[in-house]
Design a protein. Structure first.
Length: 152
């Protein structure tokens, strides 16, 4: 019985490993080689907040890849979200494999799609950058208490 349980456990472990690894390896061949955002977007987060009117997005991808950075304004009608195109930036990755682009952000929500294309391969990163107005920045900077000050 103990041997049967051991074989069953090994079989289940193998099945679970295939379920986890198979989808990743199936997708691995479809993306643009070396595509990665190195600064300007925190890819670990789905959204960020800033007071800045511009943001420089930099990254890497294989030489000759076409990078498109598209900025949309999300809006909601009857509970459904739509996206209005604000601006698109296009870059071709040079021999260094590095790209960099300054983009403009409007106040409010900016939905970004950074996409890489080459030889039928496609990769993308999506995020939302919420730009807050300067009045809020001023109010916050005047009301923040620093530890050690006499008034909180």
């Amino acid at each position: 019985m103990k041997q049967l349980f051991g074989k069953f456990a090994c079989l289940m472990l193998l099945v679970m490993a295939c379920c986890v690894v198979a989808p990743v390896s199936a997708m691995a061949g479809t993306g643009v080689d070396n595509f990665k955002i190195t600064s300007g977007i925190d890819t670990r987060k789905s959204s960020e907040i800033t007071f800045d009117a511009t943001r420089v997005i930099s990254g890497t991808a294989e030489k000759g890849a076409k990078i498109g950075i598209t900025v949309y304004e999300p809006y909601t009608v009857n509970g459904k979200t739509y996206y209005k195109l604000i601006r698109t930036y296009n870059i071709t990755v040079g021999s260094t494999g590095i790209f960099s682009q300054s983009i403009s952000l409007k106040e409010g929500a900016n939905y970004l799609v950074v996409a890489a294309r080459k030889d039928g391969k496609y990769s993308e990163i999506r995020t939302t950058i919420n730009r807050k107005d300067k009045v809020l920045k001023s109010v916050l900077s005047q009301s923040i208490a620093v530890p050690g000050q006499s008034k909180w």
